[in-house]
Design a binder for this molecule. Structure first.
Ligand code: FMN
Length: 324
């Protein structure tokens, strides 16, 4: 069945709306995720700034942080009203700031609370907007597959049928968020086993997947893959993954063609006073490993912050990749 999915991970400070428009162009079939937004911010904050997105981003999921079922339910309803196609609860982020508010990865220790929150979110969401959970394998001393599966079972009993699993645990003390994405070992076998034992759930795997070969190796075991850092640092990989997974028969578009097709969106943003750097910072890795790739990055990163930087700068950066 054509359920095999590709998605781009929620990444704070990275997957903002401009980044997502770029990723959409590269990967027409991928599901895109927002940065995490706290439920309280959705309720009380500037919604246009926090939730605004471009229609081309569909299908796009809003990722929420929080643990209060009432607040999460309210934020879910608001997100659905804004047009998000999915609302995802963050049960994976280990930063200190996040623990203080009792949300993110520390919720792996509180399956009953997560189940309550998910039940409230599902009750608040219209039927066409699924509520999903992104979690880890565990935190701290949790070392037992059965405990992980019990977490999933508890949340599934509350009505969640779609889980994205970052296939490593997190240490809530002593490791930075960055270290928590690198040091705890990846254990894809736990995710494969979960899918085998809970075949009715949609299980997507995340963590350390960087190449098309790696993606193709895990695909038979799961329902989908979520790509984070590799998608951001080397975005052309997303294009190749999308084409391979969705059996596109059209020739791949070149990096330059893809970037040139951003032009109408970029010029529209420029005309509304949004500086080029807000877009171009997400493109720096487009020519990674290619002739002129460093110069492309340099021209954009030095030029884009200057007042008045416009599309001609992008053309100069592209020129660098043609001359090598
Ligand atoms: N995960 C979340 O669930 N919510 C976030 O807001 C979030 N922010 C992140 C910000 C950065 C800069 C990075 C690198 C990761 C972030 N993550 C967040 C974790 C990613 O979604 C993903 O689970 C992790 O990077 C592992 O996937 P990867 O190896 O493909 O990068």
């Amino acid at each position: 069945p054509a359920t095999h999915g590709l998605s781009v991970a929620p990444m704070m400070d990275w997957t903002d709306r401009h980044c997502r428009v770029f990723h959409r162009l590269l990967a027409p079939h991928a599901r895109l995720y927002t940065e995490m937004v706290h439920a309280q911010a959705v309720i009380h904050g500037d919604r246009e700034r926090l939730l605004g997105f471009d229609p081309v981003e569909h299908p796009v999921a809003l990722q929420l942080g929080g643990s209060d079922p009432g607040h999460l339910a309210q934020a879910t309803r608001i997100g659905a009203d804004w047009g998000y196609d999915e609302v995802n609860l963050n049960v994976g982020c280990p930063s200190d700031r996040v623990q203080a508010g009792r949300f993110g990865a520390c919720l792996m220790k509180e399956p009953a609370l997560v189940a309550d929150a998910v039940a409230a979110m599902i009750a608040a969401a219209p039927a066409h907007v699924p509520v999903t959970v992104k979690c880890r394998l565990g935190v701290d001393e949790m070392e037992d597959y059965e405990v992980f599966r019990a977490f999933v079972d508890g949340v599934a009993a509350a009505g969640c049928t779609h889980f994205v699993v970052h296939a490593r645990k997190a240490w809530l003390q002593g490791l930075s968020p960055k270290e928590n994405r690198e040091i705890p070992p990846l254990r894809y076998d736990w995710v494969y086993r979960l899918k085998r034992e809970r075949a009715d759930l949609r299980i997507e795997i995340n963590g350390g997947l960087a190449t098309l070969e790696q993606v193709q190796a895990v695909m038979p075991e799961v329902d989908g893959v979520m790509i984070g850092r590799a998608a951001y640092h080397e975005p052309y990989r997303l294009h190749l993954m999308d084409r391979a997974l969705f059996a596109s028969t059209l020739p791949p578009r070149t990096r330059a063609q893809l970037l040139e097709s951003m032009r109408p969106y970029v010029e529209d943003c420029l005309s509304r006073g949004i500086a080029l750097k807000h877009q171009s910072r997400h493109w720096l890795g487009l020519f990674h490993g290619q002739p002129g790739g460093r110069l492309f990055r340099q021209v954009l990163s030095e030029g884009a912050p200057r007042a008045g930087a416009g599309w001609s700068l992008v053309e100069r950066a592209l020129e660098a990749t043609r001359t090598g």
